[in-house]
Design a protein around this ligand. Structure first.
Ligand code: GDP
Length: 357
């Protein structure tokens, strides 16, 4: 079958790690995500990033183009990073996979001037509880008095262009941040001094506004995933799809649809799926898989394009009958080979676990 030839052609395929962005309000989560999308586009290549439903995929080649000398692409065999577009710990904590966090890794954004704030603490508690590895983006370095902005540069190259006074001011803030992390039980340091990212938190000075440090942030996320998550990424990429519902949305011409982050396997048009609903799990058949149409004109009705299949990790909109009672945060599973009742039982079990947490 098709599936066999694909998996045979791609035996060691690893899935893309899923990245969430958390942090206190106004510390720059949205700007950071916009910057990552924008600078990847500026790199110029077609397909530099792919806009998914609810997520943005940044391939390894794009990261290595942006990171220049920071990254040797041959050091990596993970395909890139998938950023969930909805920042904030509310979405992080409601989006689960098998009882754990949907995201494999996280970026905790902290305004360097503002330091730890209530939602920073909450985010840290959630990351701790879910055991999610994270890095700290010490954001808004460009607001340091006397800062000489270096658009899109790696942070150490930018630091070379700063006055001693500006660098010292920034360092004071960064050391305070490192102290706050230590108060929370995390030993942290400037990322370039960290050897073991499992026992130490890397702090990456960045500006979401000027793009300084963004190459470093992407490099550190890639390195962290490659080093510590390779085994988890070695899933059966051709197996039955498994995902989490981000949102249930009505779309003209389709009725209720599911915005899903697929974290395992493949989903195809025509597949039978089971999704968690308000009552019993819903069993239905995929009528269409939809992705945002690139460069869609705002006024055109066709905001989406159909695709035949989607592989993890990815964001996708699923159109299917009978989705009105589906719930955001609920699991979605493709039935392929297995018995429908067994998959329903699995979905019921996952829902119960989410409700207990
Ligand atoms: P969110 O609430 O965490 O998503 O924060 P936003 O991304 O909306 O940013 C809050 C404000 O901070 C906005 O006015 C941004 O333009 C500004 N901002 C975000 N990042 C930076 C940065 O790196 N430098 C500067 N100067 N301003 C920033």
């Amino acid at each position: 079958t098709n599936t066999e030839s694909e998996s045979a052609a791609d035996p060691g395929a690893l899935r893309t790690p899923i990245v969430a962005v958390l942090g206190h309000v106004d510390h720059g989560k949205t700007t950071l995500l916009d910057r990552i999308r924008g600078s990847a586009v500026q790199e110029g290549e077609a397909g530099a990033i792919t806009q998914h439903i609810g997520a943005t995929a940044v391939p390894l080649e794009t990261i290595s183009d942006m990171a220049g000398s920071l990254v040797d692409p041959t050091d990596f065999d993970l395909p890139g990073l998938l950023f969930i577009d909805t920042p904030g710990h509310h979405s992080f904590s409601t989006l689960r996979s098998r009882g754990g966090a949907l995201a494999d890794i996280a970026v905790l954004v902290v305004d360097v001037n503002d330091g730890f704030q209530p939602q920073t603490e909450e985010a840290i508690d959630i990351l701790k509880r879910t055991g999610t590895p994270f890095v700290v983006a010490a954001n808004k370095v460009d607001t340091t008095p006397g800062w000489n902005p270096q658009e899109g540069e790696p942070i150490q190259r930018s630091l070379e262009k700063q006055s001693d006074r500006a660098e010292n001011r920034l360092n004071e803030n960064l050391y305070e941040l490192i102290g706050d992390l230590s108060g929370k039980g995390f030993s942290a340091d400037f990322y370039w001094r960290v050897q073991d990212f499992q026992s130490n938190i890397g702090v990456v000075p960045v500006s979401a506004m000027t793009g300084e440090g963004i190459p470093d942030l992407l490099t550190v996320l890639m390195g962290l995933s490659q080093r510590y998550m390779k085994a988890e990424m070695a899933v059966d990429v051709a197996g039955p799809g498994v995902g989490t519902v981000l949102e249930v949305k009505d779309e003209r011409g389709f009725g209720a649809t599911l915005d899903v982050v697929l974290y395992d396997g493949v989903v195809r048009e025509g597949d039978t799926i089971v999704v968690g609903g308000r009552d019993d799990p819903i069993v239905t058949e995929v009528r269409a898989l939809l992705q945002p149409r690139p460069n869609a004109e705002i006024r055109t009705e066709k905001r989406f394009e159909r695709v035949d299949e989607v592989r993890a990790a990815a964001g996708v909109k699923i159109a299917a009958p009978d989705l009105d009672e589906a719930m955001s945060g609920a699991p979605v599973r493709v039935v392929r080979g297995d018995d429908v009742d067994a998959v329903k039982a699995e979905v019921r079990k996952e829902l119960a676990r989410i409700e207990v947490d």
